[in-house]
Design a binder for this molecule. Structure first.
Ligand code: HEC
Length: 132
């Protein structure tokens, strides 16, 4: 019985190690990305021609995470230059995602496709979200 308890504790410890909050956020963020963003920006954030700019290795996105959050929440239109290419599209706003979901999505975006870019908590989202 004692051994059994010890084993259980060990499993619990490993469970916490592998399922860190950030990993959980990335996994959930992937689902949100697939549902809300992938249709335009592509499976791996590669974008689509001159219509939809890339998120993968986007200098524009990497430059400013607060601006990225603003674009997601409020949408964006008008000219913008991403990796030297000019875009003039319209991105719709995404008002349905709550702070927890936005945190997952941002953490996914900044940790995918070869980046290592931080953990965006719901607190960070609340502090940096534009007021609609
Ligand atoms: C209907 C198509 C569409 C959807 C859906 C969409 N976007 Fe966009 N996105 C665009 C377009 C078009 C632009 C460029 C807007 C412009 O030219 O001003 C853009 C620009 C961006 C940019 C800034 C430029 C860059 O490439 O770094 C980011 C970041 C971004 N989108 C993230 C997202 C995220 C995250 C989602 C999911 C919540 C999303 N978008 C959903 C069409 C879309």
């Amino acid at each position: 019985m004692k051994n059994f308890l010890g084993f259980g504790l060990l499993l619990l410890l490993f469970g916490c190690e592998f399922g860190s909050e950030k990993e959980l956020a990335v996994a959930n963020g992937l689902r949100i990305y697939q549902q809300h963003c992938m249709a335009c920006h592509g499976e791996k954030g590669e974008g689509n021609g001159l219509l939809y700019p890339p998120l993968q290795k986007s200098d524009y996105m990497l430059h400013d995470s607060v601006r990225t959050l603003q674009h997601i929440v409020q949408g964006v239109s008008g000219p913008m230059v991403v990796n030297g290419v000019s875009y003039r599209g319209i991105m719709p706003s995404e008002p349905t995602l709550n702070d927890v979901e936005l945190g997952y999505l941002m953490t996914y975006l900044y940790n995918s496709w070869g980046r290592v870019g931080g953990h965006f908590t719901p607190d960070w989202i609340a502090r940096n979200k534009p007021i609609n």
